[in-house]
Design a protein around this ligand. Structure first.
Ligand code: WT7
Length: 637
């Protein structure tokens, strides 16, 4: 059967979906025909969830940077590939055409090679949201180096953990980054991490904020100087490296149930196909569109929806350095108007933070270029959904809610803009190729509509992670051992009476704070590092803006001081160990934690107390010391 690459109607969605499920290999072979390959595949799919083995397009060779740049040059060389909007509206924006971006990526690919980076090497990128970040990623992809982008809000300790795990030999950073009225001293944070990272031989520093930095002879070099050297040599062409379909494209660290972040591995062919197919279909990309995704490139949404999705499609991607509320809450609307964005893709947290301001900020803005609104990253409450739809979309354009994960590479469940139905606070229907199933605690598959359970996916898709870096057994255990023969997402989900999927939130020990994913164990470990903390337990609680806030219960036997100062000391400790994103919102000091006789902390009770459901604590009779619960209840913040 033949079907269009871009789905045009709801009816067509149904037939394409059916085809993708009944003949997945033929379906994905058809999709893959839209890319440039150096060598075609021998087999479309090889998989076994028992051993956690997944391979797509085996035997094929290709290059992702070539697919994002070179193949568009003939038709779109002069079209903007990337528009960059600076943090400060007074500063000039920058536009790079496909030809210019291609040129800069080749230059920087030479810089990497000149500094000893080879195919397969891991390169850590810790930069702000500037075009050079995209250039660095694509230059890595061009020479076959594996990038590991680390979000600028992570601390030196977190960076060191990630660099060590990946054994990166090179770091690319900036002097600093702007975020609202703050300057984030990126190079200085890298300097604090590097004494613990013997694998790192070179640090390439791009100037942006002119923040003073230390530069060590033999290790640290300036981006601009290195590029100038390549220019002096006449900017020679550099061929895109032929990569095997299953060679690693990038590693992206994310939090899980244990304390140690895991390196999610995405590979070359499958990720490219998935990023492109979902971008073209969810946003219904048309020639001339300007795609504005506000996500930071430090997260998967940024990788896929700022960089690889739009660029692989030959679209114009609009990248913004700053935050939605600075200098005022009109900033996003101003950017949409200025660059005539056709898509605005953002996080529920950003919408909720803007809802706190007067809609005056929207009044005089011309948002008529917008064709699609999108959200991702957390459940979107109906109030935020309606506010966004009404104020940004004038109640007349589709608002698509897309559910995905670092692990899934791209959207898995979500509406196709203007093509399939949307529903308030609901991700709706699976992408072609995605087979969601809901299971109960025992792993029984729940059939029919109007059911809730744990969300699993029972068949591989091209964009899924292939392993966790350096620890394949952890990969198998985390995703394939809870339920037999299925990928377990960690999310709870409801299939409503119409058969639409609505994600209800994590069912494991993972929190989603302002769209940032944090493991409870990870945060507790950080809190426990503070001198004087004996023990701690954190839980999530509903937070008006952040979606979920962090409530920490802490047994403290340290230096006696004013409680608020101790709280700040603990927050600072967490900030140093993980980053400011993991600071607890509330800290309650307690005599003891509610534990069973076998010493297990009863998180369920702590969660209920944090949520304020004091009368629904359930059975507390199995506790070692039930009086602890009464004390915690009365001391609730
Ligand atoms: C977790 C993954 C969009 C990818 C960026 C986040 C939650 C994601 C939605 C949504 C409800 C959502 C899930 C998921 N999540 N999108 N549309 N509705 N929840 O990637 O950091 O790996 O987090 O974000 O709980 O498991 P991530």
């Amino acid at each position: 059967m033949s079907y269009p690459y871009q789905i045009q109607s709801y009816e067509q969605y149904r037939s394409v979906y059916a085809e993708s499920i009944h003949h997945p290999e033929a379906f994905w072979a058809g999709v893959a025909g839209h890319f440039s390959w150096h060598k075609k595949w021998e087999q479309v799919l090889e998989w076994d969830f028992k051993t956690a083995h997944i391979a797509w397009f085996k035997g094929a060779q290709l290059n992702v940077a070539e697919n994002c740049l070179d193949r568009h040059l003939a038709a779109k060389g002069d079209q903007p590939a990337l528009i960059w909007e600076p943090n400060d509206p007074e500063d000039a924006s920058r536009t790079l055409t496909y030809t210019e971006l291609h040129h800069k990526v080749m230059q920087f690919a030479h810089v990497l090679k000149n500094n000893g980076v080879s195919k397969g090497d891991r390169v850590c990128i810790y930069m702000g949201m500037i075009p050079e970040l995209v250039i660095a990623m694509l230059a890595c992809a061009r020479i076959g180096a594996v990038h590991s982008v680390i979000f600028g809000g992570f601390s030196a300790q977190s960076i060191a953990d990630r660099i060590q795990d990946a054994e990166a030999n090179t770091v690319i950073t900036c002097d600093g980054a702007y975020r609202g009225n703050k300057v984030i001293p990126l190079k200085s944070t890298i300097d604090d991490a590097l004494p613990f990272c013997p694998s790192v031989k070179k640090v390439i520093v791009c100037t942006h904020t002119r923040t003073p930095v230390s530069m060590l002879k033999g290790r640290d070099i300036w981006w601009e100087d290195e590029v100038a050297l390549v220019a002096e040599q006449g900017n020679p062409y550099i061929a895109p490296e032929s990569m095997d379909a299953e060679d690693t494209l990038f590693i992206l660290y994310t939090s899980g149930s244990t304390g140690k972040p895991k390196g999610v591995v995405h590979t070359t062919a499958g990720y490219l196909v998935w990023a492109n197919y979902t971008f073209v279909n969810v946003f219904q990309y048309r020639q001339g569109d300007v795609h504005f995704c506000t996500a930071d490139i430090g997260w998967i949404t940024g990788h896929t929806s700022v960089v690889y999705g739009p660029l692989s499609a030959g679209a114009t991607t609009l990248m913004y350095e700053g935050i939605p509320t600075w200098p005022d809450a009109g900033r996003l609307w101003e950017i949409v108007e200025k660059h005539k964005a056709t898509t605005l893709f953002t996080a529920p947290t950003a919408i909720r933070s803007l809802m706190g301001f007067n809609t005056e900020f929207l009044k005089d803005k011309d948002l008529s270029s917008l064709k699609t609104l999108g959200t991702a990253g957390e459940p979107i409450n109906s109030e935020a959904w309606h506010w966004f739809h009404k104020n940004a979309g004038k109640s007349s354009i589709p608002l698509v809610d897309t559910w995905w994960q670092t692990e899934t590479g791209g959207p898995m469940i979500g509406s196709l803009s203007g093509v399939t139905p949307t529903k308030v606070s609901c991700a709706t229907l699976p992408m072609p190729g995605i087979q969601p199933v809901l299971v109960d605690e025992q792993g029984h598959i729940l059939e029919g509509n109007d059911v809730s359970g744990n969300l699993c996916i029972k068949f591989p898709w091209p964009g899924m992670l292939r392993t966790t870096y350096g620890d394949h057994e952890r990969f198998r255990q985390t995703y394939f051992s809870t339920y037999e023969n299925m990928y377990f997402t960690g999310d709870g989900c409801m299939r409503d009476e119409e058969g639409f999927y609505k994600i209800t939130g994590r069912v494991d020990d993972v929190l989603n704070v302002s769209g940032h994913r944090l493991g409870t164990a990870e945060v507790e470990n950080a809190i426990n590092m503070h001198l004087g903390v004996v023990e701690s337990a954190i839980v999530g609680y509903p937070h008006d803006v952040k979606g979920e806030g962090i409530y920490a219960y802490i047994v403290y036997k340290g230096h006696e001081d004013e409680d608020n100062l101790t709280r700040q000391d603990i927050a600072l400790t967490v900030s140093r160990i993980i980053g400011p994103i993991a600071k607890p919102d509330k800290i309650q000091f307690v005599r003891d934690l509610p534990k069973t006789r076998s010493g297990k902390i009863m998180r369920r009770i702590l969660r209920k107390i944090a949520e304020g459901e004091l009368n629904q604590l359930g059975d507390t009779s199995t506790l070692l010391d039930p009086t602890v619960v009464e004390e915690i209840k009365s001391g609730r913040l």
